[in-house]
Design a protein around this ligand. Sequence first.
Ligand code: PLP
Length: 380
Amino acid sequence: MTLGPSDRVAEVPPSGIRRFFELAEEMDDVISLGVGEPDFSAPWGAREAAITSLERGQTSYTANRGMRELREEIARDARRWNLEYDPDDEILVTAGASEALDIAFRALVNPGDSVAVAQPCYVSYKPGVTFAGGEVIDVPTRVEDEFKLTPEVLYEAGAAEAELLVYCFPNNPTGATMNREELAEIAQFCRENDVAVLSDEIYADLTYEGEHVSIAEFDGMRERTVVFNGFSKAYAMTGLRLGYAMGPSEVIAAMNRIHQYTMLSAPTTAQYAAIEALRNCREDVEEMCAQYNRRRNFVLSRFEEMGIDCFEATGAFYVFPECPGEDAEQFAEELLEAEQVAMVPGNAFGAGADGHLRASYATGLDELKEAMDRLERFVS
Ligand code: PLP
């Protein structure tokens, strides 16, 4: 046999975001609104806990499911969202939410199963389904619905036939959020059509209007939902690689079956940091959140002044304006070349995203101001 990728891997195109980063990396003086990563460092308390754990020599594996103390803190924290999970067997700590999503697809999807993927979405969902042998049903949300998921778009896309539905709110890349009434309709759709849900809530803490609601809190939904969260976004801990999944014990056991053979346990140092983050770093999260909100308002008002249509994103740290040019990919490339501002063309995030650009405001206000000035010069 000559070495080469399997058909499943060959089928998946490289990430559309990466190509942009590579172009941007070759240039000087680039302001990147392209990355989905906080510009803050993790709260000092969390970093100190990580350092202390290293000083104490706490460098071994932990329990497969994650440290008991951390699972208890996660269970306590989840009560903020009206969610009750047993730290013994309903929580799994993983190397980032990415690992949790990947093993959920592999644990739950049989070859040929249909998985409805609400889009625009985080770039990993569709490849995750494909790697697990499933078939993706594209569910494009619509700008006129402010990129919220509705029963209409689900029925229209054929998602009633799916075994699983995966989505993320607050959303990457649109910044859309869903309120209780809107989610109640999705819960009803799932119960009526016997569809299970993978609910990616990694941006839950970054909700600027109203409160975050999880679909798992609705009647009959807890048993058909896996909730994903992590420390990368709200706690600015991307590099520490820590996330988790919460769900019914049989599903968590199935995911753990893969996790224990492939990962053994999530990074130990990061788990110490996360315990401290959950116990004592709420104020840091609120301060970062307030800063994101100020930036969000600034960016939205600058788009409005420039006459660029942009629906009011209410969560995460992204806005998703309509592209002022004909072709978003070409526009993003020309903007990068002419003004060294990097934004990602919407089509990198799947269906329903054409003609849009994603701009992240996880960048300092001074840089954001400069980026908006450059964009204004470019569009005028
Ligand atoms: N889910 C969404 C919606 C994301 O935007 C990201 C990262 O950008 C992830 C999951 C991955 O998070 P982690 O760093 O915890 O793997």
